[in-house]
Design a protein around this ligand. Structure first.
Ligand code: UDP
Ligand code: MG
Length: 316
């Protein structure tokens, strides 16, 4: 019998997990009578009763597994822990808030089975229910990253996707610390089909993403999948050298022709302030890459498990 693993990262989702499980079970009964389900709820250091809720479900159904982190490591780490521990022939990633409708699973599964795809990914075509300013910055981010990175990232792409075992294995073989899944999925390649659907608002609780968190995530995406900012700062440096060279020529000629009156103090200050700003900016860009490299070379674990009820340990 084929097995489908459903990975659900949960952070403070006490109200949603039960609703999610019920909906997924409904879909299983209706669409997947001949397929074994394996749920992996990853409790990402929740501060509410999420883990208790998951354990309750798990005690009723032995297909429900859980992993609980020692603290909040972020959704990317929760995804990785889920993938590391999933044993299914097919693996899907879903949010606990039912924004990723389990009802789509059947269609996705059939596409992989019958049309030879390795992965069915989803993207939302509307951003209904999201603050307009957030949508605006998201749009800008995707425009920028697709311009400066070789890996294609689709605007509105969700993490909700169904993958074959082969694709999952290639993703977990990448053990980088700074994980930006949207890029990693693109990086491994494979035949991917995009399904589109309208944004659905979460059933309960509220979003865990603040503007600041999203901003940091965007920087993560850029530094992980492009070195264009480094080239940009080099070009900027070169440009300023050229300007400085021309200015020196102008000043020398001016001094030779008109003598040397001591003036131009305000313009001098402006130039100094401007150029040091550019220097600091470029240094900041280099610092971003250096800090990411620093985190990588430390080889710290992406997540730390406090508790889990998954027995097999031959997979990592
Ligand atoms: N999540 C997580 N760790 C975090 C933040 C979020 O595991 O640090 C989970 C969260 O419980 C949910 C999913 O990631 O299942 C998506 O989060 P959310 O719904 O807040 O994001 P949005 O749908 O608004 O992008
Ligand atoms: Mg959500």
């Amino acid at each position: 019998m084929e097995k489908l693993s459903i990975i659900v990262p949960c952070y403070n989702e006490e109200e949603s997990v039960k609703l999610f499980y019920q909906e997924a079970e409904r879909v299983k009964a209706q669409d997947f009578p001949d397929i074994e389900f394996e749920y992996i709820f990853v409790d990402d250091g929740s501060k509410d009763k999420t883990l208790e809720e998951i354990k309750k479900i798990s005690s009723e159904n032995e297909c429900v597994k859980f992993i609980s982190f020692s603290r909040n490591f972020g959704k990317e780490s929760a995804i990785l822990a889920g993938l590391d521990n999933a044993s299914g022939d097919y693996v899907t990633l879903m949010d606990a808030d039912l924004q990723d409708p389990p009802a789509l699973l059947k269609k996705m599964y059939d596409m992989i089975k019958n049309e030879g795809y390795d992965c069915i990914a989803t993207r939302r075509v509307t951003r209904k229910g999201e603050p307009p300013i957030r949508s605006f910055f998201a749009k800008c981010f995707y425009k920028l990253i697709n311009h400066i990175s070789d890996v294609e990232m689709v605007d509105g792409a969700r993490d909700f996707r169904l993958m074959t075992r082969q694709m999952v294995d290639s993703i977990i073989s990448m053990r980088e610390y700074n994980r930006f899944s949207k890029g990693l999925f693109g990086f491994v390649g494979f035949k991917t089909k995009w399904l589109e659907y309208e944004n659905i608002e979460r059933v309960a609780g509220k979003t865990k993403w603040s503007f600041w968190k999203l901003f940091k995530y965007a920087i993560e995406g850029i530094t992980a999948f492009s070195t264009a900012p480094l080239i940009f700062s080099s070009v900027l440096g070169l440009l300023f050298c050229l300007i400085a060279f021309l200015l020196i020529l102008v000043i020398i000629i001016k001094t030779l022709v008109y003598g040397d009156p001591t003036s131009g103090w305000p313009s001098m200050v402006c130039i100094i302030v401007f150029v040091s700003g550019v220097q600091l900016f470029s240094l900041g860009i280099i610092g971003q890459y250096l800090s990411k490299t620093y985190l990588e070379v430390k080889h710290r674990p992406t997540y730390i498990i406090k508790e889990k009820n998954i027995v097999f340990s031959d997979k990592k």
